[in-house]
Design a protein around this ligand. Structure first.
Ligand code: GDP
Ligand code: IMO
Ligand code: MG
Length: 428
């Protein structure tokens, strides 16, 4: 069972980093296939806490070769900052591989991200401001800069000229900013070229060969299904394919090599940034969840919006991704409640919707139809088997499983590496 995809089910921050880390000891390769340093994964190993953005979480496991796939957008300054940070803490980062086809985030992408958001005013998306959207826009517009362009100065210069041509008009005439020179960009990018060179290769070839040998490859998705540019709550999404299909296009392996699709889902829901969120809470229950779950963004430190578990959303993600297994995280956060409401359907203008409405306007107006489940008071952080859980916690998990359309294979009961209950092995 060598090709395992990890995807977020909701709006990100479900605990994908921890799930990847969980597989780390038994995995030879971890490839990040989408997004960039908009991601923020917190991984807790013993007393050590690591925050990863651009690097795949697998880098924390010594036996893993971490790979940044072609579907990722790479900020080179962030790449080296993150690598140096890990090395200073004794993590060996020397095996990192970087796709020659990955696109580069430059200074003008970061600038455009910020000024475009400001320009949107009330219609802001609430991006992370890392230049993600503008870098992917350039890729699709065919004016992007790729990693391999660093090794041919004349090509690099031509491409930067092409990319800046229209952008400088926009920056100066529309956004009232100073223009950006070709020289400053080329100089900055070239300053990384020799450090990048040893990492760069045909990562698609490496991964296919690894799969041929029967080695385990984990495809680690950033962001999540509801932030996917095609299947999420557009336009309040990120600009990449964060769903399972993106694992193939973003890493250069065929879809038939993806054997297991593991969806990571929180036992409740959170969202950072703007956009619809039917189960969102604005009352003391919301404050209680945010406090207990420490719901502050790893990347921007923004407070996360919080709400109850949304079962139709998980069913939607199961369909879109072909999820074979769910990892239900943060069950421990719900301890201490008399009842736990779960969204089982939506109501839009008096009409019941059992599935996620196809029209965005309906989703914006959707009110959750909530069903209460009995809570539990016992501390569950020490539970290591399903039977260790109090009966009401077991019933909550089983109810979510029934509504989600796929099995819940792993349950998170704390942030630590070993704070999990494994019901079905994710690698077998
Ligand atoms: P990612 O972006 O999907 O990797 O998730 P983040 O790392 O942004 O956010 C998930 C947070 O929840 C991190 O701080 C994790 O350490 C923490 N976490 C993951 N699983 C569990 C769990 O089962 N219980 C608790 N209490 N925390 C968890
Ligand atoms: P991980 O991998 C949560 C959100 C932003 C914003 C929208 C677009 O940690 O789950 P972008 O900068 O990508 O153009 O922002 O997407 N967003 C995330 N929210 N977790 C993430 O990553 C996110 N990456 C982007 O808040 O609403
Ligand atoms: Mg995160």
């Amino acid at each position: 069972m060598p090709g395992i995809v990890i995807v977020g089910v909701q709006w990100g921050d479900e605990g994908k980093g921890k799930a990847t880390d969980l597989l780390g000891e038994r995995t030879e390769w971890v490839v990040k296939f989408n997004g960039g340093n908009n991601a923020g994964h917190t991984v807790v190993i013993g007393d050590e806490k690591y925050a990863l953005h651009l690097l795949p979480s697998g880098i924390l496991s010594s036996g893993v070769t971490p790979v940044i796939g072609n579907g990722v957008v790479v900020d080179l300054g962030v790449l080296f900052e993150e690598l140096e940070g890990l090395e200073a803490r004794g993590i060996d980062t020397s095996k990192l591989k970087l796709s020659s086809n990955a696109h580069i985030i430059t200074h003008y992408h970061r600038t455009l991200d910020k000024v475009q958001e400001r320009f949107l005013g009330k219609r802001q998306i609430g991006t992370t401001g890392r230049g993600i959207g503008p870098a992917y826009a350039d890729k699709i517009n065919r004016v992007g800069i790729r990693v391999q362009d660093l090794f041919d100065e004349s090509i690099l210069r031509q491409k930067v000229e092409g990319a800046l041509d229209q952008k400088n008009h926009l920056l100066v005439k529309v956004f009232n900013r100073r223009d950006i020179t070709v020289d400053e960009i080329v100089e900055d990018l070239l300053s990384y070229a020799e450090r990048v060179r040893p990492m760069v290769c045909d990562t698609g070839l490496l991964l296919n060969e690894a799969l041929d040998r029967g080695e385990v490859v984990v495809f680690e998705g950033g962001q999540a299904t509801m932030l996917d540019v095609d299947h999420g709550t557009y336009p309040f999404v990120t600009s990449s394919s964060a769903t399972a299909g993106g694992a193939a296009t973003g890493s250069g392996v065929g879809p038939n090599r993806l054997d297991r699709i593991v969806g990571i889902v929180k036992a409740y829901t959170t969202r950072v940034g703007a956009g619809p969120f039917p189960t969102e809470l604005f009352d003391e229950d919301g404050e209680w969840l945010a406090q207990r779950g420490h719901e502050f963004g790893t990347t921007t430190g923004r407070p996360r919006r919080v709400g109850w578990y949304d079962a139709p959303m998980t069913r939607y993600a199961t369909r879109i991704n072909g999820i074979t297994d769910l990892v239900l995280t943060k069950l421990d956060v719900l301890t201490g409640r008399e009842t736990i409401p779960v969204c089982v359907a939506y109501e839009v203008n008096g009409e019941r919707f059992d599935e996620v409405p196809v029209n965005q306007t309906d989703f914006h107006h959707a009110r959750p139809v909530l069903e209460d489940f009995p809570g539990w008071a016992e501390d569950i952080t020490g539970a290591r088997t399903f039977d260790d859980l109090p009966k009401n916690a077991q019933d909550y998990v089983l109810a979510l499983e029934k509504m989600s359309g796929t099995r819940i294979s792993v349950i998170g009961v704390g942030p630590g590496r070993d704070e999990v209950i494994v019901r079905h092995d994710l690698i077998d």
